[in-house]
Design a protein around this ligand. Structure first.
Ligand code: BEZ
Length: 211
């Protein structure tokens, strides 16, 4: 059965460009992003891994470790990584998993047979410090991901993990957030000393509480 939000992210051991890893041990107490690619030496994937490398500091600031998955062998990964560094002007320092036996692809349901019988789609999983799946996004092979959106959803997940708030459409770090329905307006006023703006009884905004 495929993974769902809230499920424990399956653990695995894998060979990667940064050595052998145990996934859960590698994540430690931080957040993780596991994302798959159709194949090495493909153009869209090359730009995606380059963009991820260029955003490494942003991921580190959020205590997120990033891992890429492709079903190609490790030697091919090493050769491809050189090309990524050269063409995308970056230095890929995160692990690229060599998932030759498709163990990770199977555990995370990354092969969608009606899209391709063999290649992984562009799956992306955000995993919380409790090792549960917090977010899943799936793109087809032909569409590269927006990694600024990935950072934005991590910001939302980290904020909403700590406060009784949700983030509205197109929210960005620093903007007002929504008080969750489970909190009464009376309690919200006590919880959020920066103020609560009531638009409707069910639609209440407050300034981002950790800013
Ligand atoms: C790519 O990563 O460039 C790609 C892979 C498979 C199909 C189309 C594009």
């Amino acid at each position: 059965m495929s993974l769902r939000l809230g499920d424990t992210a399956p653990n695995f051991k894998a060979v990667t460009t940064e050595g052998e890893i145990d996934f859960h041990e590698y994540l430690g107490n931080g957040w993780g992003i596991l994302f798959s690619h159709p194949a090495d030496f493909t153009p869209v994937c090359t730009t995606e891994l380059g963009k991820t490398a260029l955003l490494q500091e942003e991921f580190a600031k959020r205590n997120v470790k990033v891992l890429a998955v492709s079903i190609d062998p490790i030697d091919k990964h090493f050769a491809w990584r050189k090309d990524i560094d050269e063409t995308q002007h970056c230095s890929v320092g995160f692990p690229i998993i060599a998932d030759e036996d498709r163990n990770v692809a199977t555990l995370y349901d990354m092969i969608h047979p009606n899209a391709s019988a063999t290649a992984t789609v562009r799956s992306l999983f955000v995993i919380g410090p409790d090792k549960t799946v917090k977010l899943m996004i799936t793109y087809p092979a032909s569409t590269g991901r927006n990694f600024n959106e990935v950072l934005r959803v991590v910001d939302s997940l980290q904020l909403t993990a700590n406060y009784s708030v949700a983030t509205p459409a197109d929210w960005k770090e620093g903007e007002d957030v929504i008080v969750v329905p489970a909190v009464s307006t009376e309690d919200a006023i006590k919880k959020f000393p920066k103020g609560v703006k009531v638009i409707k009884p069910y639609l209440r905004y407050t300034p981002q509480p950790d800013k």
